[in-house]
Design a binder for this molecule. Sequence first.
Ligand code: CA2
Length: 152
Amino acid sequence: MTTPRRLLLVNGPNLNLLGIREPATYGHDTLADVERLVTDAAAARGFEVTAVQSNHEGVLLDAIHAARTACAGIVINPGGLTHTSVVLRDALSGVALPVAEVHISNVYEREEFRHHSYVHDVAAVHVIGEGIAGYARAVGLLIDVIAGRAEG
Ligand code: CA2
């Protein structure tokens, strides 16, 4: 079977507030800006993007499960679920797609509870604390991983 040239972009709870609240931490760009950035970065490498943001964990799990056959990889900022969710980690590990974990802020320079990520070791790529530009870098690194797997 040929690998689909499509990525799933997942943004977790509260990321719909990007650009609206807490600009000192998360900047002035909106979720729509993030989705455009990722779509453009993927298009430059010949990939399309399906984007989902939800404040409901089950919606995110369903989107990840649907990606198993529809997508070649997943770019995810799990939001606060990063630090709490075994089920999100299980979904990512269950679909066995390459994953890029993105955080806009530098979680390691923030509260201790943000230092642990349940997603960390199921992700092949980590981009942390680079603002929304980090999503575009994650797309490039993820596609490199996908291309490497296709060769191997
Ligand atoms: O830095 C990141 O990208 C985070 O994943 C953002 C999460 C936070 O819980 C993680 O520790 C780090 C929070 C997402 C909420 O986003 C907001 C955006 C604007 C205003 C309020 C929340």
